[in-house]
Design a protein around this ligand. Structure first.
Ligand SMILES: NC(=O)c1ccc[n+]([C@@H]2O[C@H](COP(=O)([O-])OP(=O)(O)OC[C@H]3O[C@@H](n4cnc5c(N)ncnc54)[C@H](O)[C@@H]3O)[C@@H](O)[C@H]2O)c1
Ligand SMILES: CC(C)[C@H](C(=O)O)[C@@H](O)C(=O)O
Length: 781
């Protein structure tokens, strides 16, 4: 333990030689005065910049003593609610330490877990540095301790330069923004035609060191002409101005077929695979592509045991790529896979890339061998998946690979427009259909000179599994800050029994409420190509074109009081309240009248005004608003009758306006007239802010992960996003035309299949739509 007040001078005097050796990732010989300034700066930064309260003690924990660290926290904050005098309040570690602490936590019994998690929660702050923190580690740590790790970026040469804020948004996967007085620039490689914004991070800071001791040339080479220190780290700035560290320029950036790829980004994605305990990604020399992406994976213990018993690899390259293809672009997928017992690590716990590289390169000969288990010279066992010929990096057909930017430049003279889109794949078939819709959106957009910046965020059950809530704050924040949000679907059996606030569906309602998207447009159109897919008679279904305008942020879904209780007889009850205020009915009525006006001028308001006060009120307000729209023909219908009329004679409807719950039910019913719920898109809009676009179907757990989902509802939702969300009608038209063209060619997923057509899966349907978007270029431009 170290008392900063009294022992400070003594400390650095005693430690300076050691510090000379230990500090500095770049060079060990750092000027004596730097050591002094280093310590001063640490104390200043900790005390002033971060906490605004003095720090008395700094305790150096024994390296990797996972048990010791957890125990120290439990002693600091015993279960009786007291706090020890020497309690730890702030903890800083490197990612490996947090991974190990998570492992240690997993090995505890449930009582000890509860005590440990509760103690850890009481620390004031936890920080991470030294290398990029993998997202899954951050998320797991937050789920256990409630701490969102504060990631910062610093080096011995200039101490700390960039940090996420103590209060404010700590963006996962980033190191935040520069401290006041610190200048940061990204020096892109002049010799490369790279527009990814990735380059070497260069820093100018008041706390910059002066020189490497007696090494003037090294010092000189370390600075740019304009006085920025070259960190040797690759980075980029994200759309919010947060810095993302992609690794050491020398070791962590691979150059594959002209793309600069971050090994850390790929590692982060692979680490999410349930079989993967540890992972190291590196580029191995490849004649064609410069580097080939090689993944070294240490499987989880259970997978290792199974592997031993069955003599089969815990995971194959094909399985890994199949799993990762929704998370990584095709050119980022590994083309070589090594399964190892463990990763060689240095004393700090960082994977020793040099070793990994040497071993896997030495293993070249072995790649051609058929041997499965190979003993490496110093006795460590590792396994190579037999025979991995290097596959071409690009697995897609060339047409869909052409980078959007080039297509766009060739196809249109319009100025490039950029939009940020939050993607929420969600659960079940959500990720499958979002993958397709994203590609279609990208291609259609590029043909209209539009560039998208997609940000994928967790939502629903997958967010519950990751961070313990169905709508993480970060997801809502990202959604609010983007230009539009595209959602797959949420929900699944796994979370059905969760308490209300921990249900995926609650997350969806929170999202709609948070984005204030009160108007939900759900068009149900029977396409001529799909008349046969409808369960109604051809003459009933043909020509149906209904727009359901559903109120989305009020009514019984949100009304209070609500909950569970007991009645006077002591019996359990559950209750909800259907309630609408004037402004809520008025605004949705206006949206509906405007919509009807642009269609065939007929609006039917659906309610239950013969029974429910809320419906009587609804009807009264709709009639009042009708005075503003004399050109629109208004009618009213009770919901029970409307449900019947929809299947009796759906063509009588043009536009329907109704409350939240009736809209939910009637739009599902209307979907069947069109052939399948897999065809119906929706747009949810508010008076300002981004719109939310989603298919009306759910996560379809019965067909999830089987490549059976119909992606067209989501693809058409992407078209609605372009039309209603961004005002990009031409790009929307391209998508709508492509869907029609694909159906004209006879491609059908199972839900809309009829004899004489070609049955395809979700992926193939997506590829066909992409081809159609592509082939319309000449016709449409
Ligand atoms: N907006 C949403 O995210 C949303 C909407 C509705 C339901 N849900 C949730 O989804 C889960 C499942 O609900 P559900 O079964 O009642 O409704 P669902 O819409 O998921 O599925 C109903 C039926 O339609 C089929 N289906 C749905 N979408 C399809 C598609 N794109 N292609 C082919 N077939 C498709 C399913 O296989 C299933 O047989 C529940 O957890 C529910 O709460 C979410
Ligand atoms: C999943 C659920 C909350 C949702 C709703 O009831 O609105 C769904 O049925 C829908 O139609 O999007």
């Amino acid at each position: 333990m170290f008392d900063f007040g009294a022992d400070f001078v003594q400390f650095w005097l005693n430690c300076r030689f050691k510090l000379w050796q230990k500090l500095g990732n770049t060079h060990p010989l750092i000027n004596f005065s730097i050591v002094y300034r280093y310590i001063i700066s640490i104390k200043l930064q900790l005390s002033c910049l971060l906490f605004r309260f003095p720090i008395d003690m700094v305790e150096f924990m024994p390296k990797f003593s996972v048990r010791g660290i957890w125990q120290r926290w439990r002693e600091s904050y015993p279960p009786n609610g007291s706090k020890a005098d020497d309690a730890i309040t702030v903890f800083t570690g490197v990612p490996t330490i947090y991974s190990r602490l998570i492992q240690g936590y997993g090995a505890m019994d449930s009582d000890q877990q509860a005590a440990s998690a509760s103690a850890a929660r009481q620390l004031r702050l936890m920080m991470s540095g030294s290398s990029a923190l993998p997202l899954p580690v951050m998320q797991e740590w937050e789920a256990i301790t409630g701490h969102r790790l504060l990631e910062r970026y610093g080096m011995t040469e200039f101490v700390m330069a960039i940090s996420n804020p103590l209060r404010g948004v700590r963006k996962a996967g980033t190191v935040g923004k520069p401290f006041p007085g610190v200048q940061v620039k990204i020096a892109e490689d002049q010799n490369e035609n790279d527009t990814t914004g990735v380059g070497e991070l260069c820093i100018r800071s008041p706390s910059m060191f002066k020189e490497y001791w007696k090494l003037p040339q090294v010092t000189e080479d370390s600075f740019t002409d304009d006085g920025f220190f070259r960190t040797g780290d690759a980075g980029k700035i994200d759309e919010d101005g947060y810095y993302v560290i992609l690794g050491r320029t020398s070791a962590d950036i691979m150059k594959v077929g002209g793309y600069k790829l971050s090994a850390l980004e790929i590692e982060s994605a692979l680490l999410e695979h349930p079989v993967v305990a540890e992972c190291c990604v590196l580029g191995l020399p490849d004649k064609t592509y410069g580097d080939a992406v090689c993944a070294i994976i240490v499987p989880e213990e259970a997978a290792k045991r199974k592997q031993e018993e069955s003599s089969k690899p815990a995971i194959s390259l094909e399985e890994l790529c199949e799993w990762a293809k929704d998370k990584l672009a095709p050119y980022k997928l590994p083309t070589r896979l090594f399964l190892w017992e463990s990763l060689p690590r240095n004393a700090m716990g960082k994977a020793c890339l040099g070793c990994c590289n040497a071993y896997s390169t030495e293993g070249h000969g072995l790649v051609r061998s058929t041997a499965r288990y190979i003993t490496w010279a110093n006795g460590r066992n590792f396994m190579i998946n037999a025979l991995h010929p290097i596959k071409p990096i690009f697995l897609l057909k060339p047409a869909s690979l052409r980078p959007s930017r080039i297509r766009c430049a060739a196809a249109t003279t319009k100025q490039s427009k950029r939009y940020s889109i939050t993607l929420l794949p969600g659960d079940g078939i959500g990720p499958e259909v979002i993958y397709v819709a994203k590609n279609v959106l990208n291609l259609a957009g590029s043909l209209e000179g539009i560039e998208f910046n997609f940000q994928e965020m967790p939502m629903g059950g997958s967010a519950l599994d990751l961070v313990g809530v169905p709508l993480p704050d970060e997801t809502l924040l990202a959604a609010k800050k983007s230009d539009a949000v595209l959602l797959g679907a949420i929900g699944g059996y796994k979370w059905d029994k969760n308490e209300k606030h921990l249900k995926p569906e609650t997350g969806l309602l929170q999202l709609r409420e948070g984005l204030e998207v009160f108007a939900n447009l759900r068009p149900a159109t029977v396409l001529p190509q799909l008349v046969d897919a409808s369960t109604l008679k051809k003459e009933v279904a043909e020509g149906v074109d209904v727009m359901v305008v559903r109120e989305l942020t009020g009514g019984i879904y949100f009304g209070k009081p609500r909950g569970f209780g007991t009645n006077e007889d002591g019996e359990e009850i559950g209750f909800n309240t259907e309630v609408y205020a004037t402004y809520e009915v008025d605004r949705i009525a206006r949206v509906a009248f405007e919509t009807a006006r642009k269609r065939h001028g007929k609006l039917c308001s659906v309610d239950k005004a013969n029974v429910l006060e809320a419906s009587m009120f609804w009807r009264k307000r709709v009639i009042a608003i009708a005075a503003e729209y004399p050109d629109v023909e208004l009618s009213h219908m009770y919901v029970d009758n409307a449900a019947m009329q929809l299947v009796r004679n759906p063509k009588q409807f043009d536009t329907i306006v109704t409350n939240n719950i009736f809209g939910d039910i009637l739009s599902d019913e209307a979907s069947m007239i069109t052939g399948s719920i897999g065809m119906l898109p929706s747009a949810s809009l508010g008076s300002s802010g981004p719109g939310l676009f989603e298919p009306i179907h759910g996560s379809a757990p019965d067909i999830a992960n089987q490549d059976k989902a119909n992606p067209l509802a989501t693809v058409l939702s992407a078209a609605m996003l372009l039309k209603y969300g961004l005002g990009e009608e031409n790009a929307a038209k391209r998508i709508e035309n492509a869907v029609l063209d694909t159906l004209n060619k006879g491609f059908r997923t199972g839900d809309i299949y009829s004899a004489g057509n070609k049955l395809v899966g979700c992926k193939e349907m997506g590829e066909e739509v992409l081809k159609s978007v592509d082939s319309q270029v000449a016709a449409a431009v």
